[in-house]
Write a protein that binds this ligand. Structure first.
Ligand code: GLU
Length: 500
């Protein structure tokens, strides 16, 4: 058997360090066994998937040196490797399940399902699909479908008993069927959900080992059942531990930078980041902390992953990155790396319009625009002092801005300006006062190139990190206050569209 593993990111945002972490272990396992490592894009959520995100993910994994053997960019014998290009395949398999009686059509409208859930909650029950589609006879369901009535296709799930999942790291996991929903497999628009597409593709792409994050354990019963319905052998499952913030909560961009681009832009070496990710739940047999990808590969053993939640600690990464810089880059390599990092045309180009008209000589560049290349600005006591704003105003502005920007998908100047000027009005500040603490947080000084342009050049990751840094400098909001503000924010912003 040739080992085939895969990383299957959904291109709905920044390239996440969790994706790199899971990719690293899939890569090592495949290479160790002389197998293949595949990259598949899971873009069935058409509303949230973007090509820009896909490109960033591919670029970030390449930057780290985790090259795949088959994927949407390099092709391969089992393509296409982008789920949005495989629609007919999933529709055929959904039909097969219908024909076998393992799936059924459901014509319930969103309002009906809402009312169903509300009634369940009112009765103190956990809201779940109640199987109403099963009440229709197959003939009636076919007739309604033939008339073009909108509907979804759901999988049948046993009402009772326990599902047993075997996980390579955790042994047998028992999940009662009562906790498993009659999952939608094909949406009303004919697109598959993650579950159907993922199982069909893992099978057709010959995946032998599914190595993925532990958050997918609860999906495993549905997947196991689908494999059984189709009569296919199920790949071996291995759920890696979730990365955690130092406070042991799930790693999230609200507490820690999670985008690989942040680490690249801050000047971490890909070798160091990979090395650090390799230490998440895994260690070298001799426990040495610094090792290269080749060394990790030589010593790799998936069974030595410890499932306890590893902490992603940026300070530890800093220390490791420093060692890589000092010990592995001679002066020549150092110069090359620094040039590749930022001192090059491509990185300078977006900043030039911000700088050129504001200087008289090149030496003016550093005091004016040094913040574009710096990490976190040094904030003096009183840095946020302002004639119209007290400390609480500044915290409020920084906190709301940080939340608002977390939800902003389009990071160009105009949408940024629109979002923040709207927020200023909603919070009752003049734009000029509102932007004052943002200038300090982002540029370190109230006198800097235009704020919104500078934010575009810095990108979302660095801006977010600096807002967090400024909030920490000011002591942040109290828990009670943050709760109250979050409520206010929910009223200010319309809810984002989600998937199933
Ligand atoms: N598309 C899923 C993700 O975004 C893949 C999960 C899996 O590996 O099965 O992580």
């Amino acid at each position: 058997m040739t080992v085939r593993t895969r990383i299957a990111p959904s291109p709905t945002g920044d390239p996440h360090v969790g994706t790199a972490y899971v990719a690293l272990f899939n890569y090592c396992f495949a290479r160790k066994h002389g197998g293949h490592f595949i990259l598949r894009i899971e873009d069935t959520d058409r509303a949230r998937s973007t090509r820009a995100s896909e490109l960033m993910i591919l670029e970030a994994l390449r930057w780290l040196g985790l090259q795949w053997d088959e994927g949407p960019d390099v092709g391969g014998p089992r393509g296409p490797y982008r789920q949005s290009e495989r629609g007919d395949i999933y529709r055929d398999y959904a039909q097969q399940l219908l024909a076998q009686g393992d799936a059924f059509r459901c014509f319930a409208t969103a309002d009906e399902l809402d009312a169903m859930r509300r009634a369940q909650i009112a009765r103190g029950e956990t809201p779940r699909y109640d199987g109403r589609g099963l009440l229709l006879s197959a003939a009636e369901a076919e007739a309604r479908a033939a008339r073009g009535e909108p509907h979804v296709i759901r999988m049948k799930v046993p009402a009772e008993g326990v599902c047993r999942i075997s996980d390579r790291l955790r042994g047998e996991i028992e999940i009662p069927w009562a906790q498993v929903d009659m999952q939608v497999l094909l949406k009303a628009d004919g697109m598959p959900t993650y579950h159907l597409a993922n199982v069909v593709d893992d099978h057709l792409m010959g995946i032998t080992h599914v190595i993925r994050g532990e958050e997918w354990i609860s999906s495993a019963p549905k997947h196991q059942l689908l494999y059984r319905y189709f009569g296919w052998a199920m790949p071996e499952l291995c759920h890696l531990p979730l990365l955690r913030n130092p406070d042991h909560s799930k790693l999230s961009k609200r507490k820690n930078p999670t985008s690989i681009n942040y680490y690249r832009d801050m000047g971490y070496l890909p070798e160091a980041l990979l090395n650090y990710l390799g230490r998440m739940g895994w260690s070298m047999p001799d426990e040495r902390e610094k090792f290269s990808l080749a060394e990790m590969l030589a010593a790799f053993d998936l069974d030595r992953v410890r499932p306890g939640g590893p902490v992603f600690d940026v300070e530890k990464l800093d220390w490791l990155n420093g060692r890589w810089i000092r010990e592995d880059l001679d002066e020549r390599a150092f110069a090359d790396r620094v040039a590749a990092w930022a001192f090059n045309r491509e990185r300078l180009a977006p900043a030039i319009p911000l700088i050129k008209d504001r200087i008289e000589k090149f030496t003016d560049i550093v005091p004016l625009a040094g913040f574009l290349l710096a990490g976190m600005p040094a904030l003096a006591d009183g840095a946020f002092a302002h004639k119209h704003l007290d400390r609480d105003d500044c915290v409020r502005i920084l906190q709301f801005t940080s939340w608002r920007l977390d939800a902003l998908a389009d990071w160009r100047r105009d949408p940024l300006f629109a979002a923040l000027s709207e927020l200023a009005v909603a919070l009752g500040y003049k734009l000029r006062d509102f932007t004052a603490p943002l200038y300090v947080a982002i540029a370190g000084t109230p006198a800097a190139p235009p704020l919104f342009d500078a934010m575009v050049v810095l990108g979302p990751d660095l801006v977010r990190a600096r807002l967090r840094h400024a909030l920490a400098h000011l002591g942040g909001a109290s828990k009670k206050q943050a709760k109250q503000w979050q409520k206010e924010l929910a009223e200010l912003t319309a809810p984002e569209a989600g998937e199933e």
